[in-house]
Structures are given as C-alpha cells and as structure tokens.
Design a binder for this molecule. Structure first.
Ligand SMILES: *Cc1c(COP(=O)(O)O)cnc(C)c1O
Ligand code: SF4
Length: 335
C-alpha cells in the first residue's frame, strides 16, 4: 500500500513555489544584497532571456557573494550582450532533426520529446535559451503525430522527456503522455531529463511518482546538477524518494567557467553524487550559444581538469566529458 500523504518535508506545494519565483535582476540583487556591474545592460540581458529563480534554489545562494557558483548560473550579466565569435542562436541545428512538432530524432533508437516549454529555473548558459518553443510544444491533445512517428519505427526503444523541463508539466498531463508512450510495444525505457528535483525538490509528489512509474516501462531520470552546493537536505530527500520508487538516477553537468571549473568543485560534486547513489553520467562542455560565452572553458583546460579528476577518483565516479555537435548522432567524448 503506497501512502498518498505528502512527505513531511514538503511544506509548500511546488506550483506556488514556482509562481513566487524571483523574476528580475533587481529583485535577485535585492534578495541577496548584491550589485551587478552595468545594471542597465544586465537588465537588457534579463529582458532577452528572463530571470527565473524559485525560492528553494535562492536559499542555497550565499547572500552578499557576487561570485557564488549558484548565483552565477542565474544572474544576467552585461557580458551576455556581447557577440562572441563561434557563438550562435542554434549551434546544434536541431531543426533538421525535428520531423514532427515536439519530437527530435537524431540519435539511433532514442527520441526526445519537448514535453514542456517551461523550466523551473532559467540557466544563463542554456542551449535552448533561443529555442522556438511555441512551434514545438504540441500541448496535451496534440501529441498524436509524435506518438504515430514513434509507433511507426520499431527501432525506437527509448523516449526521453525533455524540454524545457518535463516536470514543469502537471502530474495528470504526464500520466496521460506516459501511458500513451507505454502503449507502444517496442518502447522499453522512459527517460526524463530534469532539473526540477534539484531546483524545487517539493516537485516530487506521490502523484508524479505514480505518473512516471505506473507503467511497464523502465524509468530513468537524468538530473542536472552543476555544483555540490545545489544539493541540500531537501534535494537529498527527493533523491531518496525517487530511488525508493524504483527510478534509476543519473546526473549531467555542464562545465562552466567560474562555477565548477576547478578540481575541488567537481570532486566535491562527484563525491556528493556518489554518496547519494546518483550515477555521474555526462560532463558537457558548453554549447556555443549566444549570450553564454563568459562560461566557456577552452578544451585544453577542460581536458586537463578531467585528467586530474581521473587521476584521483575511481572510474565509477567519473562522468564522460563530452560535446554535442550538430553533425554527430551521439555525444563526442573529448578524451
Ligand atoms: C543527448 C541526446 C540524446 C541522448 O543521448 P544519450 O547519449 O543516450 O544520453 C538523445 N537525443 C538528442 C538529440 C540528444 O542531444
Ligand atoms: S533547466 Fe535545463 S532547459 Fe531549463 S534553462 Fe536550465 S539548462 Fe535550460
């Protein structure tokens, strides 16, 4: 018998936490008692790609610390408005792998569904910050072409719910979508790529667990954590709840200058993930998206850092250092 009461640590419901998110540079600065350089330009960057920081994440940012690794991930900076060579609005050219609305089929056997246009947080380095969600989120009643596409290709064994963030959709929406996917016999695995359990751990409700584990599909969840400070007690608790429901958890990070591009930062993160039984999956180098150039670590630095980790940590704690390129139909390892 599965209990339907919310776990004790869930003091607020996730939708109100989402609604009360910080949504401007000024509010973010006020909340943390910081100032930013060239505020008018930073505000413009915030108009370009809106600020969004929910309170449970805000609470993990140290006040009065302009270089806090969590703050840097969410704070618009004047630097974003400078054009940088090699950076563009669609570095992955995903449009060519978009056969029906909401579906990206680039890798063998796996398709991505853009199952929600929204995220719980806006990460300044995001490669989808310029993505045309309006054209690519079919909404509840319009998934049929994507489902027909999956049904027609028996090589597709895995459906990845991505976004945006798939967990920003409601439980009932996910329940419906997951059941429709499970009705396609050759699909074996449901994977969710999400940052929500980290950003708002209160999102992990019994209704969500029922929606994503209630079918014959094997459920895998890939979290997105870049720094050890993102993992507090509530996040650890959410991880345990997901694991107790039989969901295998992995993590991917993006290597970000100023945030986690040091041996200490990455090693702390990997030890924390190990303690939580969350597998380290990928360490991505930055996608060359307009507005994110200030996060770039060059390849030789990235590889040197990775080699340092490999020299100190057991192999099972190491993620793969990879790059996503427009032409490759798999991630490309740097080492
Ligand atoms: C990363 C990615 C996947 C999943 O790749 P895995 O190596 O299986 O994690 C699938 N489709 C696209 C378009 C991707 O970028
Ligand atoms: S949660 Fe993921 S998709 Fe959303 S803004 Fe952050 S990196 Fe981008």
């Amino acid at each position: 018998m599965i209990t339907r009461t919310a776990p004790r640590w869930q003091t607020s419901d996730w939708q109100s936490l989402l609604k009360s998110s910080i949504r401007s540079v000024d509010d973010l600065c006020d909340a943390l008692n910081i100032t930013v350089e060239d505020l008018p330009v930073a505000r413009k960057a915030g108009d370009d790609f809106a600020v969004k920081v929910p309170l449970p994440y805000l609470q993990r940012i140290r006040p009065e610390t302009p270089n806090d690794p969590l703050l840097l991930q969410v704070l618009p900076q004047a630097l974003e408005m400078q054009a940088a060579p090699g950076f563009s609005t669609d570095p992955l050219e995903e449009a060519q792998f978009n056969p029906v609305p909401g579906l990206i089929h680039k890798y063998h056997g796996r398709v991505l569904l853009i199952s929600s246009p929204h995220c719980a947080i806006h990460c300044r380095y995001c490669f989808r910050r310029h993505f045309d969600y309006d054209a690519n989120t079919p909404g509840r009643r319009h998934w049929q072409p994507a489902l027909d596409y999956i049904a027609a290709d028996s090589d597709i064994h895995e459906v990845i719910l991505s976004g945006g963030d798939p967990l920003s959709a409601t439980d009932s929406y996910l329940h419906e979508l997951v059941n429709a996917i499970a009705a396609i016999p050759h699909v074996k695995t449901l994977r969710l790529h999400t940052r929500l359990p980290v950003v708002i751990p209160q999102r992990i409700t019994q209704g969500l667990l029922d929606a994503i584990t209630g079918t014959r599909l094997k459920t895998l969840m890939v979290l997105h954590i870049n720094h050890a400070n993102e993992i507090d007690d509530d996040v650890s608790q959410a991880v345990k709840v997901l694991q107790s429901a039989g969901i295998r958890l992995l993590n991917q990070s993006v290597l970000l200058h100023g945030v986690n591009d040091s041996f200490e930062a990455l090693s702390d993160l990997l030890w924390k993930l190990y303690a939580l039984d969350v597998g380290a999956y990928y360490l991505h180098v930055l996608d060359m998206i307009d507005g994110a150039a200030h996060f770039l670590c060059d390849d030789s630095q990235s590889m040197a850092l990775y080699n340092k980790l490999a020299a100190k940590l057991p192999g099972y704690m190491l993620p793969r250092l990879v790059r996503e390129t427009a032409s490759h139909t798999s991630k490309t390892p740097l080492i």
